[in-house]
Write a protein that binds this ligand. Structure first.
Ligand SMILES: [Mg+2]
Length: 231
């Protein structure tokens, strides 16, 4: 006998949804720059931060040699000690700031108790996204993490949602995407036939009108703890 409930899946975005990432990277980068300048990088801290931001814009945030390039640009050659100092400081500060929203864990427990299976759909690198779930100690709630790295397309592309639904054997009509971005998480999910819930979102009045006018199955809540008012 097939268990009909087994095809109800709640998919989560990670950054800004499960995980409070506000100012997170910026704080870590500034701490890294501070130590690099204190140890001989010949710029003032604001200038150095500006150069780093340009490098990140050009190379993308998932590139892993931003600090190497920073020393090359400023000194004309790579300085391994300064690069190491930057990398370690960045990493340590980021890890120290990594935290779930206050009601994340209660919500995951609640959804499990309601019989939902849980997975992640994320634009990012697979191991890095699992790393966040492991560090937050919530990895055991999730059956799968589907990433843009694995699929080759980013949210809101239909393919990443289709792959995720197939992998989880989810019924789109009974499955939900919870995220913080209207386009990536909300529209991506409804285009794949699912409903969506937006949390911690910066949706505008216009966005709300757009959702209403097009009768999109997207609900907006303040806090991840309010998921229990819908599911
Ligand atoms: Mg997000």
């Amino acid at each position: 006998m097939i268990n009909n409930d087994n095809d109800r899946v709640v998919f989560f975005d990670i950054d800004g949804t499960l995980l409070d990432t506000s100012n997170f990277a910026e704080t870590a980068r500034k701490a890294a720059i501070g130590l690099m300048v204190d140890n001989g990088l010949p710029l003032d801290k604001d200038e150095a931060y500006g150069v780093l931001k340009t490098i990140i814009r050009e190379k993308g945030s998932n590139y892993n040699k931003h600090f190497n390039i920073l020393t090359q640009v400023v000194l004309g050659h790579e300085d391994p000690m300064l690069v190491a100092l930057g990398m370690v400081t960045y990493h340590n500060v980021k890890m120290a700031l990594l935290r779930p929203f206050a009601e994340t864990i209660d919500t995951l427990i609640y959804l499990k108790s309601r019989g939902y299976r849980l997975a992640v759909i994320s634009n990012g690198i697979t191991i890095k996204q699992w790393e966040k779930l492991v560090r937050l100690n919530v990895y055991s709630f999730f059956d799968a993490v589907i990433t843009s790295e694995e699929v080759g397309k980013e949210k809101p592309d239909n393919l990443i949602y289709d792959v995720a639904l197939r992998k989880m054997r989810g019924n789109p009509e009974k499955s939900v995407m919870i995220g913080n971005k209207l386009k990536e998480d909300g529209l991506g999910a409804v285009n794949a036939g699912m409903s969506a819930i937006l949390v911690n979102s910066d949706v505008t009045e216009e966005d709300r009108e757009f959702i209403k006018k097009n009768k999109l199955d997207i609900k907006i809540i303040e806090n991840i703890g309010d998921v229990d008012t819908i599911l």
